[in-house]
Each structure stands twice: as structure tokens, then as C-alpha cells.
Design a protein around this ligand. Structure first.
Ligand code: GLC
Length: 449
């Protein structure tokens, strides 16, 4: 389908938007949750899973970015934490001067270098989360917050956008269209509140519409990542058409409440088979998107599991939007830095099997020896990733029938490996030492017909 010269605010016109190659091939993005909640940076660790509809979950929400909501639920651990550390009468928005003071130490170029070294091809920053505070000096005045509580003193969005683009990555922006606790404060205490606390007034619709247009015009984001929903009074289709007309190779997520999206956005969920529709799993390195000082090794995904997660997602036509929750002064916790460095080191050696690849006829396979495999292809080359340590010195890849001229090698090591066909299987003798760790990629050139 030819993209329209000018997008109109209709589903028909929006659905003619082609998925840009940069996004289809990027595979890894870094999500950043940064805001007033980064000051207290705390949430209970009682719920390892994310069963959002469980009332006990809402009271013990592991999402530290929901601090303001949970601190107002009587008897919640977050309320107790707040009273103990700040006092019962400390108003949440009084974190603003503390945020601005800490943010003075923040170095956007350092973040950008860390994300680039982790192998990310794009970054998505929270510009306004459910709390309503903005990370750019919006000209659209918030009707309820005091003047010096509305937005960060620095143009955090602008500074990071420049730093990220300088490192050759795309810059995307998150906006919480569906919740704004300065318009409808809630709190959300029961599953039915998830719907009733969504602001739908004319005033909020106009406010959200004006702010997202401001973000589009000021920063031309490559990803428009709206969260929760979009107010019916906020003209979602107009927003999306204006966005594509301003950023034709931009992409939009599926949380605007209308039947158009460039990608779906499962959260802390991966798919169990190849999806024709592009998708992007978003999740934290731990259980939270915002910084949670209570999280340590046990709560943070292990490097080998993180690498396996990325390979699994890519083999099924997905991207991973991996979240970092920095402290208010911009510090990224060592436990998070370590995972980013491990992922970067792995992608440095094996990125060829990830970036700009496509799913093969199947995503998952195994060896006769019991190894777990994932497949990706690009330009006639099949990449077979063995997740974890190989279970034998000779591996028999089930249902892989090489052609005479197929060459087999391991990424990160020079030289071809000996192989022989064994019925419908491919048998490969492994070299003494396999380069790298956690997962190993076998490259089969001129395999795919
Ligand atoms: C959910 C959470 C929100 C988080 C978002 C990221 O909507 O409410 O806190 O920012 O997911 O996917």
C-alpha cells in the first residue's frame, strides 16, 4: 500500500502507514522512567509477578513510578515508607525542588553513551508520567499544579534528545495520555478504578492534545509511545495524522485507544510464537520501571536470561524495549549497569544475528542433545542461536537440511566448522573454545533458498 502524501485523521489513512525499516530492524530500545518518583525511588517487593487486577497487587504495586498513587492507599507499605522518610504531611509535588536539585548533576551524554554501548538503536523517555509533572518546559499550563511544580527546570527531553541523536540512535517519547493524577487524582484502589480514574473532560482532552502536539513540533520524536489510553475529547486520530505528517518515518504504539498502531506493546509478557504484526515487549530490568532502591540482584533479570529474552523476542518478530530506572541525579544503579554492559558485549559479538534480521519459518528449535534454539534470517543466511552452554561437543540441529555449499561458522570466531548431514538433521563439531558466553550463534551462509 502506498503511504498517502498527507495523512488524514481516519483509520483508513493511518493504516496506510508503512512500518519504517529502522524500527523493524532496530530490535533493542532503552526505555527510561524518570520523574518525581525517582526521588523517593521505592516500592515493596511483595509481588514478583504483575497481576494488575489483584487488589492486593494494587496496594503493593511493585511499580515505583506509581508511588504517588500507592502512598495514598491507607495501610500500604508505600504510605508507611513515605511517612517514615518524609512525614505524613509531605506533599508529593514537594519532590519537585528535590528532583530539580538532584537533576543538576545529570549528564545526558553519559546516558546516551551507556545506551549505545548496550547495543540500543533507539531510546524512549517518559516526558510526562501519570503524576503529571513534565520533563520539558511545557507552555501548556497545568491548571492545578503550582508554577514551580509543573515541570523540570532543565529541558530534560531536549537535552537527552540531542545526546541520543549524537550517538546515532533514534529518540522516542512516552506520554501518559490515559492517566494524569493532577486532573483526576484517584487514587486507584480497586480494579474498577483503572477505568474511572481516566480523565475524559474537555479541559483534559484539550490539554493532552496541546501537549503532545508541542512534543511533536519541538522534538520530532521517532516513537510516539502513549500510555494507558487517550481521552475521547483529545482527538487521537488527529494527533496521529499530524504526527505522521510531521515525522513520516515515526512509529506509534497501540495505547491510543484507536484501531491503528505500528506495533503492539505487551508489558512483561513475551509471545510464544511468531507474530506477523510487529510487537515490542516493554519491561524493567527488575520488577519496576521507575527506580526502586529496594531492588537488588534477586529482583533483577540475570544477564544470560536477558540475552535469551532478546533473542527469543527477535526470533518472533519483536523488539525489546528494556527499561532503565535511574536515580533522581541520573545515576544508573550498578545492578542495572552490569546487565546493560553484558547485553552490549554479547551484541558486539553476535549483533549480526539480531539487527535487521527477520523471523525464519519457525522461531524455536532444538538439538537432539537437548539445546534450546532460536532462529533468525537475513539475506539467505540462517542464524541459529544456542541458548546457554551447549550440551555436547557435537550438536545435531533437528530439521536443518543444509545445501552442498552451505558454510557453518560461530560468530566471534574465524574459520568454518566441519558439518555433515544426518538425515533431516545437521551435525556440527564444535571447536575447542566457543567465543563469548551465555548464548552462541551458528551462522549458516547460503542456507535459505
Ligand atoms: C503501565 C504502567 C506504567 C508504565 C507503563 C510502561 O502502563 O502503568 O507505570 O509506565 O506501563 O509500559
Amino acid at each position: 500500500m502506498q503511504p498517502p502524501v498527507k495523512y488524514e485523521p481516519t483509520i483508513e489513512s493511518l493504516n496506510r502507514h508503512p512500518l519504517p525499516r529502522w524500527y523493524a530492524g532496530a530490535k533493542l530500545g532503552i526505555f527510561i522512567h524518570y520523574g518525581l518518583y525517582s526521588v523517593p525511588g521505592w516500592a515493596p517487593l511483595l509481588h514478583p509477578e504483575h497481576d494488575f487486577r489483584n487488589p492486593d497487587y494494587i496496594k503493593n504495586n511493585p511499580y515505583a513510578e506509581w508511588y504517588y498513587n500507592v502512598m495514598r492507599i491507607d495501610g500500604s507499605p508505600t504510605q508507611a515508607y513515605h511517612r517514615e522518610h518524609y512525614g505524613a504531611n509531605f506533599n508529593y509535588y514537594d519532590f519537585a525542588p528535590m528532583f530539580n536539585a538532584a537533576n543538576k548533576k545529570w549528564k545526558p551524554e553519559e546516558w546516551a553513551k551507556v545506551f549505545r554501548a548496550a547495543g540500543a538503536r533507539y531510546v524512549v523517555l517518559t516526558t510526562k508520567h501519570h503524576e503529571g509533572f513534565t520533563l520539558w518546559p511545557s507552555a501548556v499550563k497545568n491548571p492545578t499544579l503550582l508554577a514551580d511544580r509543573q515541570h523540570a527546570e532543565r529541558d530534560v527531553v531536549g537535552e537527552l534528545t540531542d545526546a541520543v541523536r549524537k550517538q546515532g540512535m533514534h529518540m522516542g517519547l512516552y506520554y501518559s495520555g490515559g492517566y494524569d493524577w493532577t486532573f483526576v487524582p484517584g487514587p486507584i484502589k480497586t480494579p474498577s478504578d483503572y477505568q474511572s480514574v481516566k480523565p475524559e473532560s474537555e479541559a483534559y482532552g484539550a490539554y493532552a492534545n496541546a501537549q503532545i502536539h508541542e512534543l511533536i513540533e519541538r522534538y520530532h520524536p521517532s516513537v510516539l509511545w502513549n500510555d494507558i489510553d487517550w481521552p475521547k475529547t483529545g482527538k487521537a486520530m488527529e494527533v496521529e495524522a499530524d504526527y505522521y505528517n510531521a515525522v513520516p518515518d515515526g512509529v506509534i504504539d497501540d495505547r491510543f485507544g484507536i484501531a491503528h498502531a505500528d506495533f503492539t506493546s505487551p508489558e512483561y509478557q513475551k509471545l510464544d510464537q511468531i507474530s506477523e504484526k510487529k510487537w515490542e515487549e516493554c519491561r524493567g530490568l527488575g520488577r519496576s520501571f521507575g527506580y526502586n532502591r529496594a531492588e537488588g540482584e534477586a529482583e533483577t533479570i540475570a544477564p544470560a536470561d536477558l540475552i535469551a529474552l532478546l533473542v527469543d523476542i527477535v526470533s518472533k518478530n519483536g523488539n525489546l524495549l528494556l527499561d532503565v530506572g535511574p536515580e533522581a541525579d541520573g545515576t544508573i544503579a550498578p545492578v542495572q549497569m552490569e546487565r546493560l554492559q553484558a547485553l552490549g558485549a554479547w551484541l558486539k559479538q553476535n549483533g549480526e544475528a539480531i539487527y535487521d534480521t527477520h523471523p525464519w519459518e519457525r522461531a524455536v528449535g532444538q538439538t537432539v542433545e537437548g539445546d534450546d534454539l532460536r532462529f533468525t534470517i537475513r539475506a539467505g543466511t540462517l542464524y541459529i542461536t544456542v541458548l546457554g552452554e551447549p550440551k555436547a561437543r557435537t550438536l545435531t540441529f533437528e530439521g536443518i537440511a543444509p545445501r552442498q555449499l552451505t558454510k557453518v561458522e560461530v560468530l566471534g570466531r574465524r574459520g568454518y566448522l566441519k558439518w555433515k548431514a544426518d538425515g533431516d538433521n545437521l551435525q556440527v563439531a564444535l571447536p575447542e573454545h566457543l567465543p563469548g558466553s551465555d548464548a552462541y550463534v551458528f551462522k549458516l551462509t547460503s542456507y535459505v533458498r
